[in-house]
Design a protein around this ligand. Sequence first.
Ligand code: HEM
Length: 491
Amino acid sequence: MENTRNFYFVGAALGIISAAFWYYKDDAIGATVRVDKSVPRFKIHNPILGGVLQMIKDIDNSGILIEEELNGPDFDRAKVLTIPFAEPTIFVNDPESVEYITNTNFENYIKGTFTKWRLTDVLGNGIFNTDGHDWFVQRKLSAKILTNRNFKLNIETVFSENIGIFIGVLNAVAESQTPVDMHSLFHRYFMDSFGKIAYGIDLNSLSQGIPSYVVSFDRTQNTMGDRLVNPFFPIVDFFNPYLKNDIKMIREFGEKVVKDRVGEPHNDRNDLLSLFLSHCNEDGSKLTTEELADHVISFILAGRDTTAQALSWTLFCLSNNPAAKTALYKEIDEILGDQLIPKYDQIKQMKYANAVFKETLRLYPSVPREGKVAVNDDTLPNGIKIPKGAIVGFCPYAMGRSEKLWENASAYKPERWLNSKQPSNYVYTAFMCGPRICLGKNLAELQGVFTLVSILKNFDFEIIDLGSVKQKMSLTLPMKNGLMCRITKRK
Ligand code: HEM
């Protein structure tokens, strides 16, 4: 009797497991939407768990893994990645689909709850985390300050002042002959520059060492990146010993920036914070301190990490490509002569330096992944059916390395940018495209090239161990082990 009962019990259990395997053969358990089975799944897919095991097993290389799937020989029009209890992502890798979701049918593809649920505790309702009317109002306001005229003024004032401090720090490092982590220094330099440009404040993180709120920013960026691939992030977050305090530090930093300005006798400066402070909602009310802090925090994240990481990868790419490095030094010396810091017009004249910056971002885009949630059922121009609630994703990292889009895609060739015909924003997606294209694109290019040229005019950089330079999973594309360099002063 007992044996018979056990036999039925084991049989039933095996039956349930087999049924689960059959039912969740193509999609992870709890996937919120089922995608048509005719769209191929990622090779790393397992029944029930989808792609989660492979993604979190080597989380820092998950971007490379996605790139290999999208640029692999079996990729046709789209591939699906599902992880348990989350929206499935239908990845595309062609400019037509990217144009469709980011522009042609913009209204149907939003950030949605996927992003909100993962980022709101840090970013609140900042521009990265909003859709519709809220997004539009913030975008219009910010665009008023992020103008080319203001960038030109910034070059002559803030950039020149800050680069002087940066060069001073690098001089001391060169004299001491001790290796330094350029990845960390770039983050501190751009934090200070951005604090000054956007909020008119001196953060002094370069000259006074790393403040604790910067450590919190860094750690939380990584946590937010992990949340995008790990569906079990609420559990991981619960056991994260730093997270609660880090978020508190970041929010307090944002609120302090606001409160300090509100307390000023003359708060009518020409910067982002003044604009947000003077803004009135439709009902005539002003933004609260908390809302203003959302903007402060979001713009620091937008302006600091992206450009700092782009320059870190630029030094890495130049070290791997001596011919490009020589050509760049030649242009800098020809145009600057004895002058140590470039002027606005000289940066515009430096075709090769601008090409170097773009070429680095093609291979190492600071925002390597993009995803938008479909509001309604839809069909992409390539015929792929998109169910309501699924995410349509694309990877600037994969598109930049696609042989279908770039000749000799894996080669670092700044020369490809010297042609008069430039690729469209739907091919070169490092700054996104459509109505949500990066608002700071021109500023980033100007400040990136200005900084690169200024430091190369003054110093030589030797990366100590090229093999140790690795990507790290995050919202952006930081370096896992930093970028340790030996610096010498140029004669
Ligand atoms: C190399 C530097 C940079 C790169 C590669 C870059 C790239 C991007 C990308 C890919 C997006 C879209 C992100 C998304 O879909 O959520 C974006 C958005 C944005 N970026 Fe940048 N960015 C850079 C620097 C900057 C700077 C310096 C600013 C300064 C203000 C800035 C401001 C913004 C803003 C405000 C948005 C949100 C736009 C919107 O949602 O309407 N970015 N950026």
